[in-house]
Design a protein around this ligand. Sequence first.
Ligand code: ASP
Ligand code: MG
Length: 422
Amino acid sequence: MARLVMKFGGTSVGDIDRIRNVAAHVQREVDAGHQVAVVVSAMSGETNRLVGLTRDVARLHDAREYDVVVSAGEQVSVGLLAMALQDVGVAARSWLGWQIAMKTSDVHGAARIEDVDVAAMEEQFGEGRVAVIAGFQGISGNGRITTLGRGGSDTSAVAVAAALKADRCDIYTDVDGVYTTDPRMVPAAQKMNRISYEEMLEMASLGAKVLQTRSVELAMSHNVRLQVRSSFDAPDDAKFKNMAPDDIVGTLICDEDEIMEHEIVSGIAYARNEAKLTLLGVPDRPGIAAQIFGPLADAAVNVDMIVQNMSPDGKTTDVTFTVSQDELERAVKVVEAEKVGLDYSQLQSAPEMAKISIVGVGMRSHAGVAQKMFKVLADQGINIHVISTSEIKISVLIDADYVEPAVRALHAAYGLDEEVAG
Ligand code: ASP
Ligand code: MG
């Protein structure tokens, strides 16, 4: 017998048929003898609708009341799922955030989970009852309803799994796992069986939008084994027969030590929405970087890659950095407003950039990984504007037009393409 947390997103509970399908997945695990807690999101489109209502009533509204409204979608879906489970003979009850209690900070709209009290739920496991838990919501120290930020029910699920010391947290979604790169772009992309927390964090924050990044951070710090798997599998599919608790059907996100054989590069992520700014002829003196990036931070512009060139004459230098396209206009305004103090000669901006990253823990112990990336891009005639690296990742900034050929060529070069039989 294992203890499982199963999480279903908005599309998975999008209508009554889909909710019955979820109930069948839950029933399968209960029949296999497992203790089950289910975390669900609102029915698809519902949270957007609720957010729209809050905007219609008043542009500037009380953030505490915003949370009361937008958390309502999950109240509906937990109730419906509990009914659907009872309807097929599975004992179940719903739990709202305050009932568990899922205790959070009081930053409304983006609250952080502080503590999850699972005692009452655990008692009911003893009676064979499934706990159906509303994702995305919690309760602040002041007793007000909070929400965790959009996509937050992944994080709710991981928090519940950590508190319950669950054997696994299964995230059921509309894809059947985590791929080596976006399969819509590269048909030869392969589903990974396992990926380490660290690699998944890089993939998630670099644009592979399978999981909320915070849920992966939380899973890593509490060692929660996370599985991404499809909610579109038939609940009674033959492959689920006689499964051992450790068998994986999707992608397992786990500790590096649980992975025997590491590819040097595990996956390739891309983000199209990048823009580049270059300040030419900036005086080369101490404090200049702080003078550029301080005002940008104050204006809440998120700066990603940064390069400062050396100055041949020791007097002036060039500084290049990237921001997301939606923040470009704001960034330009901030830098222009500082023109007098910064005393640069010219500001250039390029709005249509993309960032391509190769990710893999195997990079730590292998030389020549970066060199290969640069060679592959050069062979494609693709110019690299900015490079940045971490221990397990190399990112390059290129013109957005070349994303597809770059990702395809790199995917093949690092041996990630699926072999086609024949
Ligand atoms: N229902 C919430 C949202 O749409 C939470 C979630 O789906 O994870 O953002
Ligand atoms: Mg989601």
